[in-house]
Design a protein around this ligand. Structure first.
Ligand code: S3P
Length: 443
């Protein structure tokens, strides 16, 4: 699919973004591995989260769709999952694969996990190694570092203490979920604060979790108890609309019901430090904190992003690079080497594709140096089949002087299927069209 993005201005209106991807995955997985029925409202019906539901149903979990975003998941409890009679295909979703590894390590069944070409290049040793130290039998391609993976689940896991070399919510969550079925206590210490949705949801589902700074501990023996999970809007999806409204002239939008958990809300702090005209109106209610976010056209200033804020905005860095391209001055992004092992090498992809459109951007091993305010004239780029690259390039395209064509754009359905419709509703000019053979040669 090709996106044709035209110079736009005057984004106006109130919109919602779809449910949070991380919370949707967790609600389905914790519901399925737990006891009783979990009712989810606001579940993100995107390819990534549907991959999680597909794997869970192959594991024998009854899943009922009650309406758009509304699901009932029947917990499989201690008797656990059925051995799947097919490979569990996690698609493009690292969260599905890594969290399932933790769930399946302690189930006495045989399973094989695979994914698309991107997921099969991503590092899995970071989960395999610590799970093995707990007694799990997991094997993978490339010396036990890549999918496809084989899991020979065991009912005899033992709790261990893990010191993670990188702040990764997926690794942390896999170990905590394995810990629920292990003997004794599983302790995870992170080098920085990654998103804490697993810890929050486990507590809401009646599992005691001890959190002391960057150390989290669970004791085996208690499974999550079903109940209701209401998923707020995804701040990572809202990020594209926020940056678009900040950089396009004459814009004033409100995004309703966005999750603002502090381990995810780094983008709000960074945009504020760049001088964005941003108002946060917190909403009442239990569970994950949420707010309406109003953002208007802003004169952005350059900033520096690095250190412990990085894991709280890791998925937003491509679109923050776009914000930096429109800001006054030189923005430095560092400590973000994790971007190289996401759905694609996002440091290289952002450097090359933004550079193609005239952005003055220099690649560093762990980030970029971006000179804002250059002359941005349009052209053709590739979304690299990575949802966050496609959406960041779209925002950049809207702010250009002439149109931008983005190929390999279908990846938006990974996390934000309504992306184009939502932007159009706000007044942006974008068209989707099927790729033809000339398009394939063009870039
Ligand atoms: C996620 C964690 C992050 C993030 C990803 C979703 C999650 O990755 O980039 O999109 O749902 O746990 P890390 O595990 O590397 O933190």
């Amino acid at each position: 699919m090709i996106l044709e993005v035209k110079p736009s201005r005057g984004l106006k209106g109130r919109v919602r973004v779809p449910g949070d991807k991380s919370i949707s995955h967790r609600a389905a997985l914790l519901g399925a591995m737990g006891q009783g029925v979990t009712r989810i409202e606001g579940f993100l019906e995107s390819e990534d989260c549907l991959a999680t539901l597909h794997c869970l149903s192959l594991l024998g979990t009854p899943i009922k769709r009650l309406g758009p975003g509304s699901y009932e998941i029947h917990g499989q409890g201690w008797d656990g999952f059925q051995e799947p009679n097919d490979v569990l295909n996690c698609g493009n979703s690292g969260t599905t694969m890594r969290l399932l590894m933790g769930v399946l390590a302690g189930q006495p069944i045989f399973s094989v996990l695979t994914g698309d070409a991107s997921l099969r290049t991503r590092p899995m040793g970071r989960v395999i190694e610590p799970l093995r130290s707990m007694g799990a039998k997991i094997f993978g391609r490339a010396g036990d570092t890549r999918a496809p993976l084989v899991i020979l689940g065991s009912g005899n896991l033992e709790g261990k203490t893990h010191l993670l070399p990188v702040a990764s919510a997926q690794v942390k969550s896999a170990l905590l979920l394995a810990g629920l079925r292990a003997k004794g206590i599983t302790v995870v210490t992170e080098p920085g604060p990654s998103r804490n949705h697993t810890e929050v949801m486990l507590q809401q589902m009646g599992v005691p979790v001890r959190v002391d700074g960057l150390t989290i501990a669970v004791e085996g023996g208690t499974l999550p108890r079903g109940g209701q999970v209401i998923v707020p809007g995804d701040i990572s999806s809202a990020a594209y609309l926020m940056v678009a409204a900040a950089v396009l002239p004459d814009s004033d939008i409100t995004i309703e019901n966005v999750g603002i958990n502090s381990t995810r809300a780094g983008i709000i702090k960074v945009l504020q430090s760049m001088g964005a005209d941003l108002q946060i109106e917190p909403l009442p209610g239990g569970g994950e904190p949420k707010a309406n976010i109003r953002i208007r056209t802003s004169h952005l200033r350059a900033t520096e992003i690095g250190g412990s804020i990085v894991p709280t905005l890791i998925d937003e860095l491509p679109v923050l690079a776009v914000a930096a391209a429109f800001a006054q001055g030189t923005t430095l992004v560092r400590d973000a080497a994790e971007l190289r092992v996401k759905e694609c090498d996002r440091i290289a992809a952002v450097t090359q594709e933004l550079g193609r459109l005239g952005v003055d951007i220099e690649e560093r091993a762990d980030g970029w140096v971006i000179q804002g305010g250059g002359s941005l004239t349009g052209g053709r780029v590739s979304g690299r089949g990575d949802h966050r690259i496609v959406m960041a390039l779209t925002v950049l395209g809207l702010g250009m002087k002439s149109p931008v064509e983005i190929k390999d754009a279908e990846a938006i359905s990974i996390s934000f299927p309504e992306f184009v419709t939502t932007l159009k509703e706000l007044g942006a000019e974008i068209e989707e069209r099927a790729a033809n053979p000339q398009d394939r040669q063009a870039i």
